[in-house]
Design a protein around this ligand. Structure first.
Ligand SMILES: [Zn+2]
Length: 196
């Protein structure tokens, strides 16, 4: 951030009084511009033994496959955001949605929430952000062409849980270290979380 979105003056990066992290501050109108993580909400929709995937028509990872998901908007719930993304990217609907996964991506300041549901009428069509959409059985999933490690992880969880028909809320952290190596830390089911 270079300029204040309230008044257009240049901002500076300083720790405000009583705070402990640097923030963009406008000395002209006194606005402190807090920046916080964004929520990405999406859907894992199944039809018979298949899973709905979208081929990305946008960067990053143009041409790779992903689950329909995107940034939550103001004035909607997480489930509404997930349902909207499924409609927009894949023309897809589900009669019900259940929260299925939560992943923290601290290196890019995002939290992924994925909901699980059944693809209504088995119908999907590519929206403007998708080159194509497809229904994939386990043996057909293009593992080498999945857009992001978190999507890979969610699909793995799903295929594993589908064997038992038990779908607890799954959680994990996606960590990218200084060498750009991605590591995924899986939380055990019903585990206690140590925040540090
Ligand atoms: Zn200002």
């Amino acid at each position: 951030m270079k300029y204040c979105s309230e008044c257009g003056q240049a901002v500076c990066l300083e720790i405000p009084e009583g705070d402990n992290l640097p923030r963009y501050i406008c000395k002209y109108c006194q606005t402190i511009h807090y920046q916080n993580p964004k929520i990405v909400a999406g859907c894992l929709l199944s039809w018979q033994d298949k899973v709905l995937l979208c081929k990305r028509a946008i960067e990053p990872r143009y041409g790779s496959w992903t689950l329909p998901a995107g940034f939550m908007e103001n004035d909607e719930t997480t489930a509404q955001a997930a349902a909207r993304e499924a409609r927009e990217e894949a023309g897809a609907r589900s009669p019900t949605l259940e929260l299925y996964t939560l992943h923290n991506l601290p290196h890019i300041n995002q939290v992924y929430l994925m909901f699980r549901g059944e693809l209504m009428d088995g119908y999907a069509e590519a929206g403007v952000e998708s080159l194509e959409v497809g229904l994939f059985a386990e043996s057909e999933i293009p593992w080498d062409d999945i857009a992001f490690p978190v999507i890979h992880e969610i699909l793995e969880f799903y295929l594993q849980d589908r064997k038992t028909g038990h779908f607890p809320v799954r959680m994990g952290d996606v960590i990218r270290d200084q060498n750009n190596v991605v590591q995924i830390v899986r939380y055990q089911e019903s585990s206690t979380i140590k925040p540090d």
